[in-house]
Design a protein around this ligand. Structure first.
Ligand SMILES: NC(=O)c1ccc[n+]([C@@H]2O[C@H](COP(=O)([O-])OP(=O)(O)OC[C@H]3O[C@@H](n4cnc5c(N)ncnc54)[C@H](OP(=O)(O)O)[C@@H]3O)[C@@H](O)[C@H]2O)c1
Length: 253
């Protein structure tokens, strides 16, 4: 029994941990990472790193390694790999489940502006503030490079490379983040606008609460489309139950 988890998220790692804790005899789990982060947090089980070579490459990998179930637990903004997974699973006749955390929902007091892309988010910024807390990761900073009048606090796991905004400070860190920490960050850097992707999940949500409390607007970049017709669950435990039912191991009950 071989399960391939397309990972790079907290949920993917959690699912691998649940599977490891179950000690199912004969179960092989391979975690796949893209290789974007220099020192990723590694899940238990086998780990492979790097692209497959598109949907056809992934389909070939599924066949060659006799994969019985595919879990797409990639980040909601990793749009390409999810479409590849859907195509490859259909080609190789492997059951596919998407494990994707739900998006964030605004609550009373939030001042959110939605954007369809990083470029659109950049266009909104001059009308909203001067000191930007940019939490969209190190990729895609080029979209903000022309905003020479604004100052940016850029938080990312690895250091960004140019092109990026000329006036910026980089904060190398990775979640989970605390509400106290986010409050302090906004205060210390006199942040007057926050930019985030709609990543969802609890680990990076405290910045939204801190922004609401401080009356700071948040530009929220909407998620890219996900493939239609793929079953989606939100929690690693649900993915475990799906696997258990399909592969008849004890967690099903
Ligand atoms: N985008 C984000 O904001 C974000 C945030 C946190 C974590 N991540 C994680 O970082 C990875 C890359 O994100 P992305 O936005 O660059 O993805 P993407 O645009 O959907 O993927 C680009 C290419 O990277 C390869 N790839 C992506 N995820 C892979 C995986 N788990 N295992 C093996 N190959 C993978 C695939 O190459 P081939 O076509 O050659 O197979 C894919 O076509 C994802 O695994 C995702 O879970 C992304």
């Amino acid at each position: 029994m071989h399960v391939l988890i397309l990972g790079g998220t907290t949920e993917a790692r959690r699912l691998a941990e649940l599977l490891a804790a179950d000690h199912v005899p004969g179960l092989r789990v391979t975690n796949s990472l893209a290789g974007r982060v220099a020192a990723p947090r590694l899940p238990p089980g086998e780990v492979r790193v790097g692209g497959f070579g598109g949907a056809d490459g992934l389909a070939a990998w599924l066949r060659e390694h006799e994969v019985d179930a595919l879990i797409d637990a990639t980040h909601p903004f990793a749009g390409r790999i999810s479409f590849n997974a859907a195509r490859a699973a259909a080609t190789a006749h492997v059951p596919l489940l998407a494990l994707r955390r739900p998006g964030w929902v605004p609550v009373a007091g939030d001042d959110w502006r939605e954007a369809d892309s990083l470029e659109e988010a950049a266009q909104l910024l001059p009308g909203l503030g001067r000191r930007v807390f940019l939490t969209t990761g190190r990729m895609g900073l080029a979209a903000f490079a022309d905003l020479t009048d604004l100052w940016f606090l850029v938080r990312s796991v690895d250091a960004p490379e140019p092109p990026h905004p000329p006036r910026m400070e980089v904060l190398l860190d990775r979640g989970p983040f605390t509400l106290d920490g986010e409050r302090e960050l906004l205060r210390r850097h006199r942040v007057d606008v926050v930019v985030t992707k709609d990543s969802g999940g609890a680990a990076t949500a405290p910045k939204l609460t801190a922004a609401r409390e401080a009356g700071v607007p948040v530009v929220v970049v909407r998620r890219p489309p996900a493939p239609a017709g793929v079953r989606v669950v939100a929690e690693p435990e649900q993915a475990l139950a799906w696997l258990a039912t399909r592969m008849s191991f004890p967690s099903a009950g």
